[in-house]
Design a protein around this ligand. Structure first.
Ligand SMILES: Nc1nc2c(c(=O)[nH]1)N[C@H]1C(S)=C(S)[C@@H](COP(=O)(O)O)O[C@H]1N2
Ligand SMILES: [Mo]
Length: 365
């Protein structure tokens, strides 16, 4: 029905036998996203931050029983408790995390996987200690190329059985900003966010921030774990090796204005001035330079809120003089390197890195 509009010309919703994949529904029930209206909060409330858990959440009832083994190419291999790590210099940092698969469900081609639309993003206030304090105590040997981080959650992906693990180049692992964290928003980590200890790699897509951290291993050749080499690469074909995914791409999202239609989530607003509020972020601590809002394809510059912490998203706002009818709103961020969100994302086989502009359909009454 081409003149269908959920507010002005609604149609009854019919039961259908059409396609959705049971697997996609199961994944999206396990791994929820942020409700976009929660983008109003500088720090995403616990329970509203998105989740991405590949396998099962490990059962770790108490912090006291947990051990972190630091080994490989180190002068002093050690086994640490969480209490040992909490005794190191404490730091709290606001960090915006986004899943590399965010936007996968908005690509025209469907890659069977977690079907994120826009909601796999959130900002936490993480408390922990810079990882380098542990590495310095262990004494990373010269010739170490990477530090690997493994958890205990285990499963299989396309026939590759493995424990979740990732690695970082040694220089990055030794930088001040890569953290071992035990608290989120002032409370102990929740089981689903990595209790009792996780890694936070600010400025990177979320896959680098290993939860339920169990081992830290200095390596003299690059880590070969499945999550490092078998996935998280940008590629166009199954055969090519592709480009490893690292920093988040520049992106912005608006809080959809007005009230939603329950099923389509299209919006209804009253005519007159409407404040459009949103967030923008980029990777690698690159600041946001500009955000624009389009009403029916015409772009206007939004006002940026004061800059926040260097790894946290930035608020922006724009007043729209809404006139009766049907409209499409879009938002688009540009970062300080001049990177700008595309209108359409480049095809990626795994559905990664979709930072195309958000589109919101609004009916004005
Ligand atoms: N051990 C472990 N760590 C993990 C994952 C996982 O499945 N297992 N998922 C990663 C991915 S892909 C993302 S996007 C982030 C999500 O972190 P959150 O669930 O705390 O938001 O955790 C990362 N760390
Ligand atoms: Mo992710």
């Amino acid at each position: 029905m081409s003149d269908y509009n959920p507010f002005t010309n609604p149609a009854p919703r019919q039961p259908t036998d059409g396609p959705y994949f049971r697997e996609e529904v199961a994944l999206s029930n396990r791994n929820h996203g942020v409700a976009l209206e929660m983008l109003r909060h500088d720090v995403t409330p616990i329970g509203m931050h998105y989740l991405l858990i590949h396998f099962d959440i490990p059962y770790i009832p108490t912090e006291a029983e947990w051990r972190i083994d630091v080994g490989g190419e180190v002068a002093r291999p050690m086994t640490l408790t969480v209490a040992d790590i909490k005794a190191l210099p404490v730091r709290t940092m606001r960090v915006t995390l986004e899943c590399a698969g965010n936007g996968r469900g908005l690509f025209p081609q469907r890659m069977p996987s977690m079907p994120w639309l826009s909601e796999a993003v959130g900002t936490g206030e993480w408390t922990g200690t810079p990882l380098r304090h542990v590495l310095e105590r262990a004494g990373v040997k010269p010739g170490t190329v990477e530090i690997a981080f493994e958890s205990v959650d285990r499963g299989s992906d396309r026939g590759n059985e493995h424990t979740y693990g990732r690695s970082l180049k040694t220089d990055l692992a030794m930088s001040e900003d890569v953290m071992l964290v035990w608290a989120m928003n002032g409370l102990p980590l929740q089981p689903q966010h990595g209790f009792p200890l996780r890694l936070i790699v600010p400025g990177w897509y979320g896959m680098a921030s290993v939860k339920w951290l169990r081992t830290i291993t200095a390596l003299k050749s690059p880590y070969q774990g499945h999550q490092q080499v078998g996935t998280y690469h940008f590629k166009k074909t199954a055969e090519e090796k592709g480009i490893p995914i690292t920093h988040m791409r520049v992106k912005s999202l608006m809080v959809p204005p007005g009230i939603p239609d329950w099923y389509t989530r299209q919006r209804l607003v009253e005519q007159g001035p409407v404040e459009i509020f949103g967030r923008a972020w980029s990777g690698g601590a690159v600041p946001i330079a500009k955000v624009e809002v389009a009403v029916d394809g015409r772009w206007h510059e939004a006002t940026l809120d004061p800059a926040a912490d260097k790894y946290a998203w930035r608020g922006w706002r724009f007043t729209w003089k809404a006139e009766p009818g049907e409209h499409q709103l879009m938002c688009r961020a540009t970062d300080a390197n001049g990177a700008v969100q595309p209108m359409e994302a480049d095809y990626d086989r795994g559905g990664f890195g979709n930072n195309a502009v958000q589109r919101v359909l609004v009916t004005v009454r």
